[in-house]
Design a protein around this ligand. Structure first.
Ligand code: LER
Ligand code: MN
Length: 275
């Protein structure tokens, strides 16, 4: 397993609350690398317009991989969602999804993540889920051609109105019916919606659908600064055969620098003793 940090790319028009170290990207990547991360998860709102040559150069200079292209900024900063009732907005969101898949492929990122970018149900929930399944199935074909996968994230009830738990999302994936579409489990959401800190990871691994993991304590402080039992989660992931990314998605608490450092120190200590 490798350790990553979610950051936003320079074009994102607003500060995303769970992206750390915004500002000068080259400087941020250098600090992240020195703190011992293996990669970065890039929150972008303009995947086609990014300066890829610059990004590739500073990633390589800092020996960092791209763990994922994240859509978290699409809903928050660009007001784009896949289920948006305005057909123009949902069409643009689908176009951005295609562009994220292409960017992931170009930067060697294994995964594109979809959390709040799915949007909220419009009218009948079953119909909304069917619409989302159709969009994801279609995106899955593009993902296969691009050599990447798409990870759909169950979100807590305060941030979404569809797909809160691992079981609901696994059930939904039967409708999507596409090998390239799987699940991202976020320790922060799992803590709110599930009745076990560990069982959901095992269940999703058993279904061969765990594509990605987000890290954040119950208060969205760095792992170890709240209540969640991260060593138990790491043991479960190891026992279930997970070999993917662990990507920290945190509030900048107590401040961004400390959050980034505390996460690396805690995670490296546990990863060294458990994995
Ligand atoms: C939001 O709470 C979250 O966890 C993100 O990964 C979703 O876009
Ligand atoms: Mn998340």
């Amino acid at each position: 397993m490798q350790l990553s940090l979610a950051i936003q790319t320079p074009e994102v028009p607003a500060k995303v609350p769970v992206a750390l170290l915004d500002g000068d990207t080259a400087e941020a990547l250098s600090r992240i690398s020195h703190l011992g991360y293996d990669g970065v998860e890039l929150i972008s709102t303009d995947p086609a317009g990014l300066d890829r040559t610059f990004l590739k150069r500073i990633l390589s200079e800092n020996n960092l991989l791209v763990s994922a292209i994240a859509s978290g900024g699409m809903a928050f900063a660009a007001k784009l969602t896949l289920l948006n009732p305005d057909p123009g907005v949902s069409a643009l969101a689908r176009q951005r999804l295609d562009e994220m898949i292409d960017l992931a492929s170009d930067l060697g990122a294994p995964v594109v993540t979809i959390g709040s970018f799915r949007g909220r149900a419009v009218g009948d929930k079953q119909q909304s889920l069917q619409n989302l399944a159709d969009i994801l199935h279609c995106a899955g074909d593009r993902a296969v051609r691009a050599g990447v996968r798409i990870a759909l994230e169950p979100l807590n009830r305060y941030e979404a109105d569809l797909l809160f738990t691992a079981a609901q999302t696994l059930d939904f994936l039967q409708t999507v019916n596409h090998a390239a579409i799987g699940i991202l489990l976020d320790t922060y959401h799992v803590n709110i919606e599930e009745s076990s800190w560990t069982a959901p990871y095992r269940a999703v691994m058993d279904a061969q659908k765990l594509f990605y993991v987000h890290l954040g304590d119950n208060n969205r402080w760095p792992p170890g600064k709240g209540l969640i039992d991260f060593p138990a989660i790491l043991k479960t992931l190891k026992e279930s055969g997970y070999t993917g990314w662990l990507s920290a998605e945190l509030l900048p608490l107590p401040d961004p620098e400390t959050a980034v450092r505390d996460t690396a120190v805690a995670m490296r200590t546990w990863m060294n003793s458990i994995l």
